[in-house]
Design a protein around this ligand. Structure first.
Ligand SMILES: NC(=O)C1=CN([C@@H]2O[C@H](COP(=O)(O)OP(=O)(O)OC[C@H]3O[C@@H](n4cnc5c(N)ncnc54)[C@H](OP(=O)(O)O)[C@@H]3O)[C@@H](O)[C@H]2O)C=CC1
Ligand SMILES: O=C(O)C1=N[C@H](C(=O)O)C[C@H](O)C1
Length: 273
């Protein structure tokens, strides 16, 4: 490794065998702005002890998959984490201890998880977003603007579609879009949210923000924000066709977070939106 390469920020990928984990390993190892320094999986995982490139069915990458986060984080400047809520809060405490930037793509986080992330962010930088793509983060801004411009004569519905393996609903992106719509309207999402309608639900309430989720096949991620009025309808849409958009966003966040003050940041901060 050259001296210049050694000075690049070192990145750890958690959940390296996952759909996003593998995409992140490819993106970081191909980057000339960062170094892949460690890959993590849980104890007992079949990949532990193997070279991550070989485990992925490709060429040797020179990084052995480990189950020791503390040791991995101690040699890194950033941790990119697309795993599951419980794992993410545990990684946040360890990343803060190591003063490594923690980029969190994990969705399905509840209030108790978010409180633990806020505690960790007192000591280190956390960048978290339910969607790390440029397109969705622009869509969030557009949603807020359209919601600001229209009154409650326009019903707002967020419809999302994902692959059959997704475990949380509404998606993290749908919630970001719902929050943006609520902010545009000057209301609190928790007070107007309708999700999972089924049976005799009664007529739609004025001013509610609805969510619907589709799960099937290999859909990467699709989101519509519908503003439905009398005689017209506005639909804002984002369609993801390749997970590299999320991985590129996450790497950008990891680089952006270097030398920032401890705290909680979003992709809107990273992208300057
Ligand atoms: N913000 C964004 O832009 C995006 C966010 N996501 C989110 O990222 C997350 C992961 O998605 P995806 O890659 O599709 O999921 P996968 O299930 O494919 O991958 C998750 C990985 O995390 C590992 N993991 C889960 N729990 C633990 C744990 N307790 N300790 C260590 N490792 C653990 C899994 O290991 P094991 O198999 O052993 O359970 C697996 O390797 C989801 O929350 C998803 O919504 C996804 C795409 C974009
Ligand atoms: O689980 C996924 O796959 C995705 N999750 C994120 C979400 O919950 O919105 C982002 C993207 O849509 C893919």
């Amino acid at each position: 490794m050259s001296e210049t390469t050694m000075t690049l920020p070192g990145i750890v990928i958690t959940g390296a065998s996952g759909r996003m984990g593998q995409m992140l390993v490819r993106t970081v190892s191909a980057s000339n702005q960062a170094r892949l320094v460690a890959c993590l999986e849980r104890p007992g995982h079949a990949w532990i002890g193997q070279d991550v490139g070989i485990a992925m069915g490709g060429p040797v990458l020179g990084v052995t998959v480990s189950d020791d986060p503390l040791e991995a984080f101690s040699k890194a400047q950033a941790v990119i984490d697309f795993t599951a809520p419980q794992a993410t809060v545990e990684f946040a405490a360890l990343a803060a201890q190591a003063r490594a930037v923690h980029v969190i793509g994990t969705t399905g986080l509840e209030a108790a998880h978010l409180a633990r992330l806020s505690a960790a962010a007192r000591h280190a930088v956390i960048v978290r977003a339910g969607n790390m793509s440029l397109g969705v983060n622009l869509l969030v801004q557009l949603t807020r603007k359209v919601a600001e411009a229209l009154d409650a004569d326009f019903d707002i519905e967020v419809v999302e579609a994902h692959h059959r393996h997704k475990v949380d609903a509404p998606s993290g992106t749908a919630l970001m879009l719902g929050e943006a719509a609520a902010a545009g309207r000057g209301v609190n999402l928790a007070e107007v949210s309708d999700s999972g309608r089924d049976g005799i639900t009664g007529a739609r309430g004025r001013g509610r923000i609805g969510f619907a989720a589709i799960r099937g096949g290999d859909i990467v991620g699709e989101h519509d924000v519908i503003f439905a009025g009398e005689g017209e309808r506005i639909v804002l849409r984002h369609v993801a066709t390749d997970r590299t958009i999320f991985a590129r966003g996450a790497l950008r966040a990891a680089l952006w977070g270097q030398d920032r003050e401890p705290g909680e940041y979003s992709m809107a901060d990273v992208l300057g939106l």
